[in-house]
Design a protein around this ligand. Structure first.
Ligand code: LMR
Length: 342
């Protein structure tokens, strides 16, 4: 039974391209730090990053609880050396020398809340953490998971600007869960093997700002307009679906950890010089007239190497794009204003 499970995990990992054969004895030393490692997303993410052979040092930080999480995952017989850090005073040590910093810290939604309702608490948390990132590892790639991502990424950019360390190529909002959901829902509706499906998702990471481009999905399925509208709405409401199902016990943790691990793995591959690593991410962008926008991004040794345009959109996607801009702009402005009011 155990070996059956192991074989199936290995086969899923191979098919999803996760860590595929890119690690070897010659793999460079890479330190990955998770800020918020003892939380709902943080613990699963810690385990998934411990399974990633591209990671040589895994640094787990949270206000409390990280010694236990670190001790636990450190027993997994993979390459990464694990260190746990707790309390403010250890944050610097946790961050020093990091190549990639993943930030899932903060509070999750309860039913009836939007991601923007988390702004009051999470904005301050992200701002303080980013000040330390600027101080202790200004060259790290920052993967922002804390919500509302549409605002926390602009907050981080302002903090880094104030510290004189801002490099737009190194700051990412993790929107991978939207892609993961779009692939799952599309494959199910179209009756396609999910591991062969790809769907770009652009815009932002909240409600109607999440715009899956099913007209560019691979392989193309013959779906009706009603199907496409249903799939779009389900992808946009995916986070809320989980919040409601958890009924007050938080939001997506397992699928978000999976998505965060996929994106961090792509960042590490890019840093290591693996060619053609492309993921959707919410980055500083000129693809639209908004200063931050999620679209397909090629990752490389410096972080963002290339941001791809939106390609040809269906009429429905074009209209949805126009509709999302006002909400996304106001979330961006809110983040920038918050961070500039010191
Ligand atoms: C998600 O997409 O599941 C996360 O952003 C969490 C949330 O509040 O929806």
């Amino acid at each position: 039974m155990r070996s059956q499970i192991l074989r199936s995990v290995q086969s899923v990992a191979r098919k999803s391209n996760y860590t595929r054969n890119y690690a070897s004895a010659a793999s460079p030393e890479r330190k990955v730090t998770i800020l918020g490692a003892a939380g709902g997303i943080g613990q699963s993410l810690s385990m998934l990053m411990k399974l990633n052979p591209l990671v040589s040092t895994l640094s787990l930080y949270d206000l409390a609880g990280t010694p236990g999480v670190a001790a636990d995952v450190s027993h997994i017989n993979t390459r990464a050396q694990v260190f746990g850090y707790a309390e403010d005073k250890e944050l610097g040590k946790a961050l020093e020398g990091s190549d990639v910093v993943i930030i899932p810290a903060g509070v999750p939604r309860k039913p009836g809340m939007t991601r923007d309702d988390l702004f009051k608490i999470n904005a301050g948390i992200v701002k303080n953490l980013c000040k330390s990132v600027a101080k202790y590892c200004p060259n790290a790639l920052v993967n922002m998971i804390s919500n509302p991502v549409n605002s926390t990424v602009p907050i981080a950019s302002e903090v880094f600007k104030n510290a004189g360390t801002y490099d737009p190529k190194r700051l990412f909002g993790v929107t991978t869960l939207d892609v993961v959901r779009a692939k799952t829902f599309y494959a199910t509706k179209a009756g396609l093997p999910v591991e062969e499906v790809n769907v770009p998702v652009v815009g932002g990471h909240a409600g109607i700002t999440i715009l899956p481009l099913f007209s560019q999905a691979h392989p193309q399925a013959n779906l009706s307009n009603a199907d496409i509208q249903y799939l779009t709405k389900r992808t946009q409401d995916g986070g809320t679906e989980v919040v409601e199902a958890k009924a007050g016990k938080g939001s997506a943790t397992l699928s978000m950890a999976y998505a965060g691990a996929i994106f961090a793995d792509a960042c590490l591959k890019g840093l290591n010089g693996v060619p053609d690593v492309v993921e959707c991410s919410y980055v500083a962008s000129t693809v639209t007239d908004l200063p931050f926008f999620a679209s397909k991004v090629r990752l490389g040794k410096n972080g963002v190497e290339e941001i791809y345009g939106l390609g040809t959109l269906s009429q429905y996607e074009q209209e949805s794009l126009e509709k999302l801009k006002a909400e996304l702009k106001s979330s961006i402005d809110k983040g920038i204003e918050f961070a500039s009011n010191e």
